[in-house]
Design a protein around this ligand. Structure first.
Ligand code: ADP
Length: 228
């Protein structure tokens, strides 16, 4: 669960990036966060990842009280969150399998577990037959699917996807949103930050709109009729 209560962030140069933001995202939800450039989306993400602290207000993410979370314990929060970047951020000289396995090796997961888990996750994202490929041998959509596999391999409670479709062609965009929806249907909370209104309208669901550091809309949006 993610809960912000009356959160404000002012950067050291005096910019008010978030202004009295209150928000609750329950376990298992899927929500789109939209807003123009400068609206405060990145600041909101940085708060959830404990990269910055608010000037005021309370934040709780996956059971961690971020107002009190010490730096030495921040890695525990991070292990409950999978992050998907707009530009994939795969390791170019590692194949698909190793890009995903790397996450588990970093946390000293047992080798036997890694050997079972990684193929299972690659299968889930539809890339079982690409395990030996390098990222440069894949399409953009496939690279983003590797990045999603990497984000979910540690079984996080929450996935934050920051403009995950921003670098992709139309067909791949749908594929990625549908994959995130499928992952959500297994119980993982998904927050997808996007400025692509088309995608949000097509899929519908909970929409949170930020404007000038404030939430100006938070509610359900009906998916667009296919006939339209
Ligand atoms: P978005 O991700 O929606 O584009 P941001 O959260 O990056 O919005 O930015 C919100 C506001 O805070 C903007 O006015 C931006 O210029 C400002 N801002 C972002 N990061 C910093 C920073 N490190 N220092 C000062 N101002 C910042």
């Amino acid at each position: 669960m993610v809960e912000l209560r009356n959160v404000s962030v002012t950067y050291s140069n005096g910019t008010d990036a978030l202004n009295d933001v209150s928000l609750k995202i329950n376990d298992g939800e899927f929500a789109f966060i939209v807003g123009a450039s400068g609206a405060g989306k990145s600041t909101l993400i940085k708060l959830m990842l404990n990269e910055i602290k608010p000037n005021s207000g309370r934040i709780n993410v996956n059971g961690f009280n971020l107002n009190k979370l010490k730096k030495s314990r921040a890695h525990r929060l991070r292990r409950t969150i999978g992050f998907v970047f707009q530009d994939f951020k795969l390791i170019e000289n590692m194949n698909v399998y190793d890009n995903v396995a790397f996450v588990l090796r970093c946390i000293d997961a047992p080798g036997k577990y890694i050997k079972e888990r990684v193929p299972g996750v690659l299968d889930l994202v539809g890339l079982a037959d690409k395990a030996e490929c390098k990222p440069s041998e894949l399409s953009g959509g496939e690279q983003q699917r590797v990045a999603i596999a990497r984000a979910i391999v540690n079984d996080p409670k929450l996935i934050i996807a920051d403009e995950p479709t921003g670098n992709l062609d139309r067909g791949y965009k749908k594929e990625i949103v549908e994959l995130l929806k499928a992952i959500n249907s297994f119980g993982t909370t998904v927050l997808m930050v996007t400025h692509e209104q088309d995608i949000v309208r097509e899929y519908g669901g909970r929409l949170i709109t930020l404007q000038d550091g404030r939430i100006v809309f938070d509610g359900p949006l009906k998916p667009r009729s296919i006939k339209e």
